[in-house]
Design a protein around this ligand. Structure first.
Ligand code: ADP
Ligand code: MG
Length: 463
């Protein structure tokens, strides 16, 4: 190649790299970091001639997937970075193909190791005791626990699939792992636990590395499959479809499926009907926030498992003030244990109050403007668009004023931030709303009641 031409080639490559790196920044913003990582981490801009941009990707699967799902996003990003982007084409780049192929051998090795039937669930629980025996049972979780125990102990169980849902930190993962540990302890049945995120990532990796068979074998050689955080599959049609195949395969063999999610199957956005219907044919159980007695019992269990105890008034104080989820309760217990160790004496009520103050304050502070917006929309039956609109009908202005009032009461945001969040022209709108609602609370007791229950809801004090 003549020198001039080679130089020109180098220059063109550099320009293409610059354009693509600018476009990638925009693409990341449009599609979000997760999808970006999955689909764009091995891509390059190969050419841009006559407005047609050729994007190199490592495999035909990736090319087809991007073509079907993200052409528009890429086109938009490229149009903002480079002039005259007429169309986008995804093609397999031999260079990227070789690169990914090299990484594939290593990845496949790993996958194969994990596929080995009979191998116990990989211990990724950070030393936590997730057994069913360490699960504290109370009113809030009695049914879920009984179902978990039944599923773990019974071959050909009727509760199939078992679907557990509830807010974060209420013990869903604990139950799923507990079921698996209990089944695997029998020695003659094999249970497998996997979070949906790992399922998704491994599915995508298996497609990219042409190791779908190994991926499938991994989930089909089990007697019980526990899949956690199913809400993660929302919007992931291809992964849901793959999960359905696994699901049907296992069910045909009479195997057990257990699932957990932060929401009821019908309220998880974009879960395919076919999946939702299958879930509905089994047992769906909701985990509630721990009630007072369960909170005390959990604290007691946590402390005694470390060989410690606390006086009754301290336990009661913690159970009264930390009302959220089990994870927070455990955090409080750990803080008190550490405080006791530091002071070399048993923690009394005064010390507990002092030690937990930051936790209790942080809890109260944790209400966000988005939480307030959500709660107000739910209570008054208005949409977020209406709430943030310019409309001035009373049915909209009252909730809007309440939202700003609650924001001031429950968050640390300034008048200015509150005004801006609720799309008002300036901060005086927030002050005006606050004053107006304060007056109305004074004059209108039923209104005051309503606000009070919204405040408890937002502070999570509605157990
Ligand atoms: P989720 O999956 O619902 O977000 P986790 O199962 O991760 O919640 O639970 C959070 C923490 O609380 C874990 O350390 C778990 O062991 C503990 N936990 C939750 N519920 C209970 C319970 N009923 N008894 C004992 N520990 C619990
Ligand atoms: Mg969990």
């Amino acid at each position: 190649m003549p020198i001039g031409e080679r130089e020109r080639g180098v220059r063109v490559t550099a320009v293409l790299q610059d354009i693509w790196s600018g476009a990638l920044d925009k693409i990341r913003e449009i599609v979000g970091p997760r999808r970006f990582y999955l689909w764009f981490r091995e891509t390059e801009l190969l050419s841009a001639e006559s407005g047609v941009f050729h994007i190199g990707v490592p495999s035909r699967f990736v090319a087809e997937w991007l073509d079907e799902h993200l052409t528009e996003a890429v086109h938009k990003a490229l149009s903002e970075t480079a002039d005259a982007c007429k169309s986008v084409r995804f093609v397999v780049s031999p260079k990227l193909f070789r690169k990914v192929r090299a990484a594939q051998i290593e990845a496949q090795q790993e996958l194969l190791e994990e596929v080995t039937p009979g191998k116990p669930v990989r211990d990724t629980n950070d030393g936590q005791d997730y057994s069913l025996t360490s699960f504290v049972v109370g009113h809030c979780n009695r049914l879920a626990y009984a179902a978990a125990k039944h599923v773990a102990d019974t071959v050909d169980c009727q509760l199939n699939p078992l679907f557990v849902h509830g807010a974060v930190g209420l013990g869903k993962t604990h139950l799923l792992r507990g079921i698996c540990a209990s089944v695997n302890a029998t020695g003659d049945r094999h249970a497998f636990y996997i979070p949906s995120e790992s399922f998704t990532n491994q599915f995508v990796a298996s497609l990219q590395h042409h190791s779908l068979d190994a991926f499938r074998a991994r989930f089909r050689n089990v007697d019980l499959l526990a899949i956690d955080d199913v809400h993660f599959l929302a919007d992931k049609k291809a992964t849901q479809q793959e999960f359905l195949h696994t699901y049907d395969f296992l069910r045909r063999l009479g195997k057990q499926i257990v699932m957990a999610s932060d929401a009821h199957p019908h309220t998880i956005k974009c879960v395919m009907d076919s999946l939702s219907n299958r879930i509905a044919s089994g047992m769906i159980i909701r985990l509630e926030k721990p009630d007072y007695e369960t909170r005390v019992a959990i604290l007691h269990r946590k402390l005694s498992s470390h060989g410690h105890s606390l006086s009754k008034d301290v336990l009661n104080f913690v159970a009264e003030n930390i009302q959220g989820n089990v994870r927070e309760l455990q955090g409080a217990a750990t803080t008190l244990l550490a405080t006791g160790r530091l002071l070399r004496r048993r923690v009394d009520l005064e010390t507990a109050r002092e030690a937990l103050q930051p936790l209790i304050c942080a809890r109260n502070r944790r209400v966000s403007l988005a939480d307030v917006e959500h709660e107000v929309c739910l209570t008054f039956g208005v949409s977020p668009e209406e709430l943030l609109s310019k409309r001035r009908t009373r049915s909209i202005t009252t909730p809007r004023h309440v939202a700003m009032y609650l924001s001031r009461e429950l968050t640390d945001h300034s008048w200015h931030e509150i005004g801006t969040y609720f799309k008002r022209r300036n901060h005086s709108a927030a002050i005006f709303a606050y004053k107006k609602i304060s007056r109305r609370i004074h004059d209108d007791p039923p209104f005051q009641d309503r606000l009070r229950s919204m405040i408890s809801e937002l502070r999570g004090k509605h157990t």
